[in-house]
Design a protein around this ligand. Sequence first.
Ligand code: FAD
Length: 369
Amino acid sequence: MTSWGLLYSWFKKSFPEENYHLGQEFQNLEQSESSVTSYFKGGTHDSADLLIGADGFRSGVRALLLPQIQPKYAGYVAWRGVVPEVEVPEDILKVFANHFTFFQMPDSHILCYLIPSESGNTEAGQRRLLSLPGEPLFIADWERVLMLHYEVEPDALQRVVPFELDLREGRAFVSAVAFTMRGMRPRVGGRFAAWLFKPIATHEFLNVRTYVRHRGESGIYFLAEWLPNRLSVALGPRLFGLPYRSGRFQYEHHWEEGLLTGSVTDRAGGAAFAYQGVLRPKMRFATCEPGGIEEWLMERYTAFTYAAGKARFFRVWHSPWPQVRVNADVTDPRLLDQSWPLFREARMIGANFSPGVRNVWMGRAHRGA
Ligand SMILES: Cc1cc2nc3c(=O)[nH]c(=O)nc-3n(C[C@H](O)[C@H](O)[C@H](O)COP(=O)(O)OP(=O)(O)OC[C@H]3O[C@@H](n4cnc5c(N)ncnc54)[C@H](O)[C@@H]3O)c2cc1C
C-alpha cells in the first residue's frame, strides 16, 4: 500500500528543484506557430515549446482547450480521512494496523488501512517519531547495553511515578539500563555541529526506568539517570526534563570474553550500584521473541518526563535490539535501595545484553504529554 504523498514526494525529488515554481496559478494560454505562453495569476507569464496541462480533474488547461469536456457524476461518493498514526490510541492501532479492514453494508462499504508517511516510513517506532515535524533532533550509537529487569510492587511504584503504569498481567517492572552513548550529534548541521557536540557526545549512562502508558501510547519513564558528564547533567533537565544525576562510572562490558561488570557511584550521596554478568559461550544475538516479556520491556520508543510541573515526551527510534539473556547479579544494590525504598522488596526477573544499536534517532522534547 502506498500513499499519494509518498508518490508525490518521490516524483518531486527526481526533478531538479529549480524547475518548480510553486504557488503560480495558471489562468490562460496563448499559442503561436512555434511556442505556447502560459499566463499566471498576478500577471506573470512564461513561454515554452510545449505546455502539459497536468492540472487535475478540474483542469484549467483542458477547460480552455476542450470546454465541452465536463466532469460527470460516476454514481458514487467516496469519503476519506487520514489520521496521523501518532494521534490514534495504541489499542485501536493494534486492531487496525497491518490489516486491510472491510466493512460491507447495502450499497456501500468502509475501508481502513495504513499508508506510509510522506517520507515512506512504515516501521512503527519510526513512523511515530517522524509523524512530528523537525524530527529526529539527534543521532547517536548506544553500545554495550545491559538491562537488568526487576519486578516491583505496583502500588509502591505508582506513588513515585506521575504517569499511569503500564502493567503486564497486573505486574509492574523497573529496569536498570547500563550502556555507553557514542557520537551523539545533531541530525542537521554536518561536521561543524557534530564538533560542537563533542563535549557531550560520548559517555556512559545508568538509566533506571519504568513502563508507563499515556494517552494510549506506551513508553518509559525515567526514575533517574546517572551519567559522568557534568555538562550533560546540567543540560538534560532543562532541555528534556530528564532526571539526570552525576555519577562516577566503571563499565567493563567485555561481551566478547563473556564477562560484564560495572559500578556507578552517585557523586552527591556516595552510594553505589554494582553488578556482574556472564554470557553463555557461543551465544547468538537475536531480536526479541514477538509478544514476549523481553520485547515488551526492551522495545520502547517513547519517553515521558515530568519536571517542574511540566509533562513532556520525546521519541526515539532504532532497529530492534539484537540481544541475549544474561546471568547477572547485583553485587551492590545500595544506590537503588536508598533512592527508592521499593527496591528493597524488588525481585530481579532477568537480564539482557545487547552489543548495541547504531544510528539511534532521538527526537526533540514536546510539551503536553
Ligand atoms: C482521496 C483520494 C484518494 C485517492 N486514492 C487513489 C488510489 O488509491 N489509487 C489511485 O490510483 N488513485 C487514487 N486517487 C486518484 C488520484 O489521486 C488521481 O487520479 C490523480 O492524482 C490524478 O492525477 P493528476 O496528475 O491528473 O492530478 P492531480 O494529482 O490532482 O494534480 C493536479 C495538480 O495541478 C495543480 N493545479 C490545479 N489547478 C492549477 C492551476 N490553475 N494552476 C497551477 N496548478 C494547478 C494542483 O495543485 C495539483 O498539484 C485518489 C484521489 C483522491 C482525491
